[in-house]
Design a binder for this molecule. Structure first.
Ligand code: SF4
Ligand code: SF4
Length: 366
């Protein structure tokens, strides 16, 4: 509840000013801790709505604030209140998020498929819409790998609904989640295997019905594919902001990279202190310049080619530096080319999602 978060801020903020120094959003919009608290308490109007929509909701503040205060949580509650009062969300964000959320829930992308040899699938792989838009080839190879390790595993294409949640449209988001859960129930699912840190965060905190495991922890438990290619490169490893407190996922990604023979440069801001890639919270709809600054500041910390386990982060970084997804390293024999690939245009990502669905139907549809 917004009131609870504001009370925490009132009671425990010690005016140290660290958040204004460390976070580009805070430093840009607030002059002092006092004015920050006053503005958040007072709320925003339609005219000043861009401010709460310029926070990436990344949670970095919670990791360095001496009182562990998470301004992103306050901002998300402010967005939800503005929606409840008929003021929000930011119109441009609403327009594009709505179009995309409707599309990924339609026959252009969404589908649930059982393993063709099974009557039900206790384990279901949920690659998420961003990884599907990034590389249908990787999703299919991961699914083949999962079925080889765990026969009977099903697959579900869809979106976890996080973009709707971040708009502040809580009720609509709950509807998306309930639809996904009902599809999963029909499949006989008891556990979801998740590749995207954003999906993992969303299902962990808002969808309590099913057990979840990250694909990376699954891979360290069950072993890498036999034909995974080894090498001896060194990468700067970027932890997604949504994996900030997921130490098991973080460790697994590190183990996958080093088991393949590669080295890792730990960035100054990593693990719980990781900074946002710049794309969180729908900030690009509110303040594209701030988004670019955040991306550049994060990339500037990396000495080597970047590697990450969030497709959105990979695509965002690729405008500034060579970057790839850790699943490229495991499943893409041509990963050195993938490092230099530009980000997919939105139309290409959409085509990839639709093509993935068609390939899965052809291969596994009954
Ligand atoms: S870092 Fe935390 S304690 Fe310091 S000013 Fe910001 S909110 Fe207050
Ligand atoms: S959630 Fe991220 S962007 Fe928002 S205030 Fe905290 S550190 Fe800044």
């Amino acid at each position: 509840m917004l009131e609870d978060h504001l009370k925490l801020l009132r009671d425990y903020c010690v005016n140290c000013g660290l958040c204004l120094k460390e976070c580009e959003f805070m430093g840009k919009v607030f002059e002092s801790p006092n004015s920050m608290r006053d503005q958040l308490e007072a709320g925003y109007s339609k005219e000043s709505m861009k401010v709460p929509y310029s926070c990436t909701l990344c949670g970095f503040c919670e990791a360095f604030c001496p009182s562990e205060l998470n301004i992103g949580k306050v901002v998300l509650e402010i967005r939800a209140k503005m929606v409840d009062e008929g003021q929000g969300p930011l119109p441009v964000a609403k327009k594009f998020v709505e179009i995309d959320q409707n599309r990924v829930a339609s026959d252009e992308f969404a589908i649930s498929l059982l393993d063709p040899d099974a009557q039900k699938s206790g384990d279901v792989f949920f690659p998420g819409c961003n990884l599907s838009g990034y590389s249908p080839e990787i999703v299919i190879k991961v699914y083949d790998y999962l079925r080889s390790k765990l026969p009977g595993t099903g697959i579900m294409l869809g979106c976890c609904g996080n973009p709707t949640l971040e708009l502040g449209e809580t009720e609509k988001f709950q509807g998306i989640l309930r639809n996904l859960e009902s599809e999963l129930e029909k499949m006989g699912a008891t556990r979801m295997i998740l590749a995207c840190p954003y999906c993992y965060y969303t299902f962990k905190h808002f969808g309590a019905k099913f057990e979840i495991i990250s694909l990376y922890e699954f891979m360290t438990e069950h072993g890498l594919p036999e034909n995974a290619i080894t090498g001896s490169s060194t990468f700067s490893l970027y932890d997604s902001c949504r994996a900030r407190w997921e130490f098991g996922m973080q460790d697994s990604v590190r183990k996958i990279i080093t088991d393949l023979g590669h080295g890792i440069e730990e960035m100054r801001y990593s693990r719980e202190l990781t900074r946002c890639c710049g794309m969180g919270g729908g900030i690009s709809y509110a303040d594209i310049r701030l988004q670019k600054t955040m991306t550049r500041n994060t990339v500037a910390e990396a000495e080597h080619d970047l590697i990450t386990y969030c497709a959105t982060c990979r695509e965002t970084f690729s405008s500034e530096k060579r970057a790839m997804h850790v699943l490229d390293l495991v499943f893409n024999p041509d990963w050195e080319t993938a490092l230099s690939n530009p980000a997919r245009k939105p139309s290409e990502a959409r085509e990839n999602q639709t093509s993935l669905r068609a390939q899965l139907v052809e291969k596994f549809g009954k």
